[in-house]
Design a protein around this ligand. Structure first.
Ligand code: CP3
Length: 351
């Protein structure tokens, strides 16, 4: 592990300042899935790459699509172009994407399936092109743009590894948790270890912030939420902070509802990302009091546009204006979004 030099002075990048607890007059902004199919230039580059996974593993083209929304909109952060399912693939799962349907993976439902996975230290053999993408981005990004690396949270990654695909209720993962808790916890432990190493390599390659996506955290209830969403995020955050003290962590336990409050307190994450089911005023009073928050405009406004896009954007900026806030959507921008609506959102935030 290489030790990073300590930053010589206070950060000037707006996102890093918000992550340190500052409340700037205009919140910094980026969007989940900002490099995606709603952009014609993304579709053209993806075509050139052949398919989605070839794009993820081609450092020049992955860097190119990461830069496209920065050029078009001047966002305050760029997020590495990759996918949370590259880690399971690096651990030995088969992975492919069915056009129009989503990801497919070989399933893990028995001790034998688990035993076939590769050791954690083997992940770099598959993931080294991702680290190269980050090195290119650190050279090519404008000086004011923050580079965000990411990984899936162990629970969310496990739901795909167990079911072999996306599921509406994460049923297969809940079933394994009930029927063979030892195996379920072994799998979660291995993904947690892999995530720590994956994010460590991303930081060493130039990521200035890392984000942990727990898209299915909301299907964990009570103790299960604390054990399988909060605890892995806490452990990943604590380990990364010990290794790389200056690197902030954003955690996104989507659909956590009221549990956002104790999640923010318990994980030690510098920022918690809010989905759009959470009311901004409630979140300002109950979550932002524990530190920076990110979010939380509903992605449908990027499709629908109109006066509601502007009024909702301004309402969210206003609700979070007394504390540290990074403006974002509550989930990824969708392929049907109108690229002009993004300009309208930025104008509403910055004017
Ligand atoms: O946000 C970004 O711009 C960075 C890149 C990024 C992608 N996926 C690219 C992608 C990030 C951060 C992700 C995270 C991700 N991937 C999550 C967590 C966030 C969330 O959305 O809840 C999840 C659950 C995945 C797994 C995944 N990848 C699914 C279920 C799908 C299919 C659904 C879909 O939108 O098509 C993907 C594909 C995917 N990942 C695309 C992109 C741009 C679309 C691929 C394409 O070009 O066809």
């Amino acid at each position: 592990m290489t030790q990073l030099p300590a930053p010589a002075e206070a950060p000037t990048k707006t996102i890093l300042r918000a992550l340190q607890g500052e409340a700037p007059a205009v919140p910094p902004v980026w969007m989940m899935r900002q490099a995606g199919r709603y952009l014609p230039e993304y579709r053209a580059t993806r075509e050139k790459a052949g398919d989605f996974l070839s794009l993820c593993y081609n450092p020049d083209l992955a860097a190119e699509v990461t830069l496209q929304p920065i050029r078009r909109y001047g966002f305050d952060a760029a997020i590495l172009f990759a996918d949370i399912l590259l880690l399971p693939q690096a651990l030995g799962a088969d992975l492919w994407f069915v056009t129009g349907e989503g990801p497919r993976l070989s399933t893990i439902t028995s001790e034998e399936d688990f035993a076939r996975l590769k050791p954690v230290h083997a992940i770099d053999e598959t993931l080294s092109p991702v680290y190269e993408t980050l090195r290119i981005l650190r050279r090519e990004l404008p000086a004011e743009t923050t580079l965000i690396g990411f990984a899936g949270a162990p629970w969310t990654v496990a739901t795909y590894m167990i079911a072999g695909r996306g599921t509406p209720d994460q049923g297969p993962a809940h079933a394994l948790k009930t029927e063979n808790r030892a195996l379920f916890e072994q799998l979660l432990g291995k993904i947690t270890e892999g995530t720590i190493e994956y994010l460590s390599r991303q930081i060493e390659a130039g990521a200035e912030v890392v984000k942990i996506f727990d898209s299915w955290a909301g299907s964990l209830q009570g103790d299960d939420f604390d054990r399988y969403a909060t605890e892995p995020a806490r452990l990943i955050t604590e380990t990364l902070k010990r290794r790389y003290p200056g690197i902030p962590v954003i955690a996104f336990p989507r659909q956590a509802g009221e549990a956002y409050t104790r999640f923010h307190q318990a994980t030690g994450a510098d920022c918690v990302a809010l989905d759009d089911s959470v009311d901004a005023q409630w979140a300002a009073e109950n979550v932002q009091i524990h530190g920076c928050v990110q979010g939380n405009l509903a992605p449908r406004h990027m499709v629908e546009g109109g006066p509601a896009l502007v009024s909702e954007t301004k309402r969210i900026v206003q609700a979070f204006s007394k504390g540290p806030h990074i403006f974002n959507l509550g989930h990824g921008i969708t392929p049907e979004a109108d690229p002009d609506n993004v300009h309208r959102m930025l104008e509403a935030i910055r004017s």
